[in-house]
Design a protein around this ligand. Structure first.
Ligand code: ADP
Ligand code: MG
Length: 508
């Protein structure tokens, strides 16, 4: 079963992850319920436990045709676990023996952090390594070169579309050309659109193709923290040496330093030093360089030899493609109508799209139910409310809802829904609330609003009845169940509701 599990996993993870973590696990014992795995280092143990245990359990239960397995992970270096005896551990073989050595292919993905110096054979260091070994005492240097990249953020896993084509092409060119194509590469766009993903993809690419290159991934915030620490501890020399000694500098979310004059100054110096040496610099930000006001005169000309690319929100087709891609990565089969539903529901942010998919997966597996549109609609309406607390009305909202003619806010959440629906369907709010109209569109808009208020606002039905001028709550309940039925059977209504919900999310 373990071999079969490994074979499945070999196709799911990149080679380095597979080799360093999964293949490195040794099944040590199995009593029918508890499987004990030996991991080659404390770091690998923690990591495997955190990242892979769920999935391993799933496959093992499947292959062993059982349930309720428990997985335990122990550190099984030769000192700790007698079962492994003297045999060299896979991780030690893979890892480079000198603590200060540059990353190599096998040590890819931050694994060097996990190599305990005690279990590593000491070897006399080659002369050319010596300057780096001295630097291994430099706290900044070791943090920079071991900066971990997320396994998921590779070029392979990045879906390309109109909204991110330039950014992706720029990133790929930079990863391949290092310093000789665009330098710096500046990527900007709203949160959750893939800036970090692309930036780390460059890092992965370089680490895989040029194992000795020093790739440093830091956020603007980390840079600031390091700099503040350096000032406080009078270690600015080490700080500078560390930062000016990298080959590829990835600076994520630089906007955080824009208001910090001294940090910004230091950033310019680092930038200039690296740029003069033709080291590749990649910067991301939620704003354009112009809006950022980072463009000091000194940098302006430098930016001209670089590339500035923005990423805009993905169109519907691309959102669907991204969901499909994630579903494949997760080994999930998701019906097309569910993909379409989710992609039209969540419009502006890929992170939110992923969050929704994860939530849906979790529910489906808990409920042991297949992923259907009904399930998606149930799960994602609560997802919506949780993510947007404004949709849980406050006590004053209830008061306002009971007396809709007083005060301006007839319940913030209800108001937002009405506005979005009115705009989306081209019907006025008054007509929706009035109810007397015989117009089919108005009647539909009214029912859709009742449905959405019930789904999204958690407002009591009796209060909604007052707002909509119904005799009692049963009119609301009726509209709700009717729309729920239509959502299943009528793609046009599904599209309208998804569109309104998208607009609501957008407006928040
Ligand atoms: P940002 O840094 O712009 O805020 P991230 O890079 O963190 O956004 O992306 C948010 C999430 O969306 C990540 O999990 C990322 O993998 C995913 N993502 C973004 N763009 C894409 C894309 N084009 N293809 C696949 N996944 C993407
Ligand atoms: Mg980011």
């Amino acid at each position: 079963a373990w071999d079969r599990t490994l074979r499945t996993l070999a196709n799911k993870y990149n080679k380095a992850t597979f080799k360093n973590f999964l293949q490195a696990l040794q099944p040590l014992s199995f009593d029918g319920t508890i499987i004990v795995f030996g991991a080659p280092s404390a770091f690998a143990r923690e990591w495997s436990e955190k990242k892979y245990s769920q999935e391993l359990r799933g496959y093992l239960e499947q292959h062993l045709d059982t349930t309720g397995l428990q997985l335990r992970f122990v550190t099984a270096s030769s000192e700790v676990h007698p079962l492994l005896g003297e045999q060299p551990l896979p991780l030690q073989q893979a890892a480079s023996p000198s603590a200060g050595a540059p990353p190599d292919r096998a040590a890819f993905s931050g694994i060097r952090d996990g190599i305990r110096p005690e279990v590593m054979p000491r070897r006399s260091e080659p002369a050319k390594e010596s300057s780096r070994i001295v630097e291994s005492n430099n706290p900044f240097s070791s943090e920079l070169t071991s900066s971990a990249l997320s396994d998921k953020y590779t070029f392979d896993n990045f879906v390309v579309g109109k909204s991110n084509r330039l950014a992706q092409a720029g990133a790929m060119a930079v990863a391949q050309g290092l310093g000789s194509t665009y330098n710096p590469l500046f990527l900007y766009g709203s949160p959750g659109l893939g800036k970090t993903h692309l930036m780390q993809a460059i890092g992965h690419y370089v680490r895989a193709t040029l194992p000795h290159a020093r790739v440093a991934y830091v956020s603007g915030e980390t840079f600031t923290n390091h700099f503040v620490m350096a000032l406080r501890d009078k270690r600015t020399e080490e700080f500078r040496r560390a930062y000016r000694n990298v080959d590829v500098w990835l600076v994520d979310d630089i906007q955080t330093i824009a208001s910090k004059e001294q940090t910004k100054e230091e950033f310019f110096h680092t930038f200039n030093t690296l740029h003069q040496q033709n080291k590749q610099i990649v910067i991301t930000s939620d704003r354009s360089p112009r809006e950022l006001r980072l463009m000091d005169e000194r940098l302006r000309s430098r930016f001209e030899c670089g590339l500035i690319a923005d990423i805009s929100p993905p169109e519907l087709e691309m959102r669907m493609a991204i969901l499909q891609r994630k579903a494949i990565l997760e080994n999930l089969r998701i019906p097309d109508d569910v993909i379409a539903f989710m992609a039209s529901l969540i419009q502006s942010n890929i992170r939110a799209l992923e969050g929704a998919l994860i939530k849906l997966m979790a529910y489906a597996s808990l409920a042991k139910s297949p992923i259907t549109k009904q399930l998606a609609s149930d799960v994602l309406s609560s997802y919506f409310v949780e993510r947007m607390p404004s949709f849980a009305p406050s006590p004053t909202d209830y008061v306002a809802l009971r007396r809709p003619d007083t005060g301006s806010g007839a319940g913030a959440a209800v108001d937002i829904i009405l506005d979005a629906a009115a705009a989306h369907m081209g019907v006025s709010k008054e007509m929706i609330l009035n109810g007397g109209s015989r117009d089919k569109d108005v009647a539909l808009a009214r029912q859709i609003c009742m449905y959405l208020c019930r789904e999204l606002s958690k407002t009591p039905m009796s209060a909604l009845a007052v707002t909509f001028g119904c005799k009692n709550h049963s009119a609301i309940a009726h509209a709700h169940s009717r729309m729920r039925g239509s959502l299943e059977s009528d793609p046009k209504i599904l599209a309208i509701i998804a569109g309104i919900r998208g607009a609501i999310e957008h407006s928040l």
